[in-house]
Design a protein around this ligand. Structure first.
Ligand code: ATP
Length: 235
């Protein structure tokens, strides 16, 4: 479904991605783990078109997308929930959700997807008229995910959905990620919480300083000594 081939990305002189390649098959949850600064967010931003690779290419469903505008990439079926869940604070929950569908014209489909988002996140329905800026961190995460789903993506990119959330809420968010996946959306998940990410993923890639250093199915990586020592608390 998605093929990232040998991409190099720079911030000025900083060489943030040094020849990254990965593949995602339709229907999978793939997780990307690695320390702060490894390049995980940079990779997601490059896939969604917010950053342009200097070298290499990205192919989504057979089409090269690496030179395309972010908006075009959303239209083609990739939505990105960025780190820090940037919701529009001065708009209501409902308005934020509507904005997620701004590239669509199929009114009936939009309405159905709105219902689907309320089913996944009943909390959002309760707070529909509330200003997004007044929501709790967990509710804002739900809203950011709901808004991304309103674009009807086939591939959802999630950057650190658990960040700053209480453990119980993290569990809820992860259960919902699994639900979103089961209903047909492929997921690329960036997570600091490697244990949790590996527990729901089919496959995983490990990044270190701009490179993929390890990959495999989630079970294999969970039992790998190297991954245990570096990312799973060493036990
Ligand atoms: P984190 O979990 O902290 O976001 P990450 O693995 O997502 O880590 P990136 O944010 O992708 O890492 O950063 C990769 C490298 O690029 C780091 O060395 C970082 O300092 C650098 N970097 C990221 N954003 C910028 C920027 N806007 N300008 C300059 N350098 C940047």
């Amino acid at each position: 479904m998605l093929k990232v081939e040998d991409i190099h990305v720079y911030y000025g002189n900083i060489h943030a991605l040094k020849g990254v390649s990965l593949e995602i098959n339709e229907g999978e949850i793939v997780t990307l783990i690695g320390a702060n600064g490894a390049g995980k967010s940079t990779l997601l931003k490059t896939i969604s078109g917010l950053l342009k690779p200097k070298q290499g290419q990205i192919v989504f469903e057979g089409k090269a997308i690496s030179a395309k505008a972010a908006q075009t990439i959303v239209k083609q079926g990739i939505s990105h929930v960025p780190e820090g869940r940037r919701v529009f604070a001065n708009m209501t929950v409902g308005e934020n959700l509507e904005l997620g569908a701004f590239l669509r014209k199929d009114k009936k489909g939009i309405k159905q997807d709105m219902e689907m988002v309320y089913d996944l996140f009943p909390r959002l329905l309760e707070r529909l008229k509330q200003q997004a800026g007044t929501l709790s961190g967990g509710e804002q995460q739900m809203l950011a995910m709901g808004r991304a789903l309103m674009a009807k993506p086939r591939l959802l990119l999630l950057d650190e959905p658990s960040m700053g959330l209480a453990p119980l809420l993290v569990k809820t968010i992860f259960r919902i990620i699994e639900e979103i996946n089961v209903t047909g959306t492929t997921v690329l998940l960036v997570e600091q919480n490697a244990n949790l990410a590996l527990s729901i993923a089919d496959r995983a890639y490990v990044m270190e300083t701009g490179r993929i250093v390890l990959s495999g199915n989630a079970e294999e990586l969970t039992s790998s000594e190297k991954v245990k020592m570096a990312y799973l608390g060493g036990s």
